[in-house]
Design a protein around this ligand. Structure first.
Ligand SMILES: NC(=O)c1ccc[n+]([C@@H]2O[C@H](COP(=O)([O-])OP(=O)(O)OC[C@H]3O[C@@H](n4cnc5c(N)ncnc54)[C@H](OP(=O)(O)O)[C@@H]3O)[C@@H](O)[C@H]2O)c1
Length: 430
């Protein structure tokens, strides 16, 4: 066997600890696949005395992660600190500048600075690998960039945040409200103390921006992603979804349209029969549609020490073997400059739930507003009668345009009989 690949790891938390453990436990299979051993020789974290579950004896320690890049005995840098700026960015930049390959799990860094980092990697002719950044243990990056490389991809969609999927699954199975389930998820360690990144859709948007760049061969464009989270989903809407034959999922969707590329993260009503509707709990899924492969769906664990370490080590094996693919699948001069399409141009069907005072003429006013904006109805549900009080009314539209829908909702919200902000959920094929 040739000499080992020497690795420096910055960040020894959930993922870093998992990588150390996997490289120790599966050293034989990793060496066989890599063609040589993969050995961690240097590490960096904040607290030198913390127990990492794996002994660090014999490894060089750096308080400053950026200094890892300057260690002449380190061949590859693994960045597992996190964050779109600060030490993670400084380390990745200095490693690429000094011609060292980088493996990272950092979706925030890639979504926000991916275009500049890809240019830096290309200028220095070094790999920047990030399988772990999207959907943890699911090899979604490899599948899109390599496995499906011969296809024109028309759409990629996914359940990209396990916390949101867990919360929505619990709400459906137990008939509970968002706030109660979030509270329990925090106690069980499935949600962070500050859950905003997850429940407001930002984490999923980071991952979608990366998937869209790969699927459509264009520089990553995080600022163009339309983002909505799951805070406004209620147990009532989940119950109506069931009655209508749908499940509510937070999806990230990137789609090629005639006008350009649409990228959006928001709650969706997905037909119960769609395979993605059945991906429950903390599981993630990625669906890609290509002109020759048809529809491909991958499902698995999107986070956690083991699945994420599995993805990091796959990247290290590629580097050990000398396999090197451009960051977004093609060299920068071959990337597409397809424009991003704003959310207002989206065309699709909608579920709208109103709380209206139960009195004659209200439904006529609502349907008049829809008619005046060119929106036609597929179905309407009204359950129970409670004269003079607020009752839920559900309307499902045929395909229409987002801006027409927003205008209609504004007019409907202003009706005296409409008691609260309408709940609006887009319907998606899955
Ligand atoms: N957790 C997952 O399941 C998962 C899944 C996919 C991707 N990711 C990504 O993987 C990355 C790491 O996530 P994680 O969950 O492993 O995070 P984590 O458990 O919070 O670990 C972060 C590590 O970075 C170290 N660190 C923080 N600031 C540092 C600094 N200034 N200098 C040196 N070391 C510093 C910490 O040191 P101390 O331990 O000494 O405090 C800790 O070891 C993130 O980009 C995350 O988005 C995570």
């Amino acid at each position: 066997m040739t000499r080992p690949l020497s690795v420096g790891i910055a960040g020894l938390g959930t993922v870093g600890g998992g990588v150390l453990k996997l490289l120790r436990d599966n050293a034989d299979i990793v060496a066989a696949h890599a063609g040589r051993p993969i050995a961690v020789v240097a590490v960096s974290a904040r607290d030198r005395d913390k127990d990492r579950g794996v002994p660090l004896t014999g490894l060089r320690w750096y308080d400053d992660p950026a200094a890892l890049a300057g260690d002449p005995g380190v061949d590859v840098i693994v960045e597992l600190i996190g964050g779109s700026s600060g030490p993670a960015k400084a380390l990745v930049e200095s490693a690429l500048e000094s011609g060292k390959p980088v493996v990272t799990a950092n979706k925030a860094l890639l979504a926000v600075h991916g275009a500049a980092l890809a240019a830096l990697a290309e200028a220095n002719d070094v790999p920047l690998a990030f399988e772990a950044a999207v959907a943890g243990g699911i090899p979604a990056i490899k599948a899109l960039r390599e496995g499906l490389a011969g296809n024109r991809i028309s759409r990629v969609a996914g359940i990209l945040n396990g916390t949101c999927n867990y919360i929505l699954t619990q709400m459906r199975e137990r008939g509970r409200e968002f706030a109660e389930v979030l509270h329990d998820a925090q106690k069980l360690g499935y949600a962070e103390a500050d859950p905003a990144f997850d429940v407001d859709g930002i984490d999923a948007a980071h991952k979608l921006a990366i998937l869209a760049a790969l699927a459509f061969g264009r520089p990553v464009a995080f600022d163009d992603v339309h983002v909505e989270g799951i805070r406004r989903i209620s147990a009532l809407d989940i119950a109506f979804a069931r009655e209508l034959g749908y499940r509510i999922k937070l999806l990230g969707i990137a789609r090629q349209t005639e006008a350009g590329i649409e990228t959006r993260v928001h709650p969706c009503m997905v037909p119960e029969s769609a395979p993605i509707a059945r991906v429950d709990g903390v599981f993630n899924a990625v669906v890609a549609e290509g002109d020759y492969c048809g529809r491909v769906m991958l499902e698995g664990r999107g986070a956690g020490a083991g699945p994420t370490a599995s993805a990091v080590v796959a990247d290290l094996i590629d580097i050990a073997r000398g396999r090197h693919t451009p960051v977004w699948g093609a060299a920068s001069e071959s990337l597409s400059h397809a424009p991003s399409v704003p959310m207002t141009a989206h065309v699709g069907a909608y579920y709208m739930r109103l709380m209206v005072v139960d009195r004659p003429g209200v439904i006529a006013d609502v349907t008049a507003a829809l008619r005046d904006h060119g929106i036609s109805l597929e179905s309407m549900l009204q359950r129970g009668r409670s004269p003079g009080e607020a009752v839920p009314v559900v309307l499902v539209t045929h395909e229409t345009n987002e801006s027409a829908m927003r205008d209609a909702v504004a007019r409907i919200s202003a009706l005296g009989a409409v008691m609260e902000e309408p709940a609006l959920i887009r319907i998606e094929a899955g």
